[in-house]
Design a protein around this ligand. Structure first.
Ligand code: TYD
Length: 132
């Protein structure tokens, strides 16, 4: 499977908890870009593509959603619902994000700047490229 959950530090405090990650410690790459997905209408899906070379970490900063990962052979669903769990997604992993709760906030940190050329948007092509 080309994705795994990483548990991030959680600094418990009666004033409110704190979680963090930084380059090359909790994540195995240098962050080049962050983006977030929010206000997803009930029932809608995001993603539906793979990256050829990019890695990223996906965190449910608020609310919950599922990330369906396909590695070209099998599929696994990761449910994200805690802000101290990150889903590390490696290159050549097909991802779809779905079942967003109301007010879900999906935060993503990536090891690359936005590059449309790095996307594979056709699932059949993805499977062919994965199984060579
Ligand atoms: P896309 O990655 O297809 O969204 P998702 O995978 O969540 O469904 O991106 C949607 C649009 O936003 C697309 O036109 C490209 C643009 N975009 C950027 O310009 N920069 C970015 O960093 C990202 C993630 C998307």
């Amino acid at each position: 499977m080309k994705a795994e959950i990483v548990q991030l530090p959680k600094i418990l405090d009666p004033r409110g908890n704190l979680t963090f990650f930084q380059n090359e410690n909790q994540i195995p790459f240098i962050i080049q870009r962050v983006f977030w997905i929010y206000d997803v209408p009930g029932g809608d899906k995001r993603g539906g593509h793979a990256y050829k070379t990019q890695s990223e970490i996906i965190i449910a900063l608020s609310g919950s959603f599922d990330v369906k990962i396909h590695d070209g052979k099998s599929e696994k669903i990761f449910s994200l619902n805690r802000s101290y769990y990150g889903l590390l997604v490696h290159p050549m992993a097909w991802r779809q994000m779905e079942n967003f709760s109301t007010n879900a906030l999906a935060f993503v940190a990536s090891d690359a700047r936005y590059n449309a050329e790095d996307y594979i948007r056709d699932f059949e092509q993805f499977k062919q490229m994965s199984n060579v």
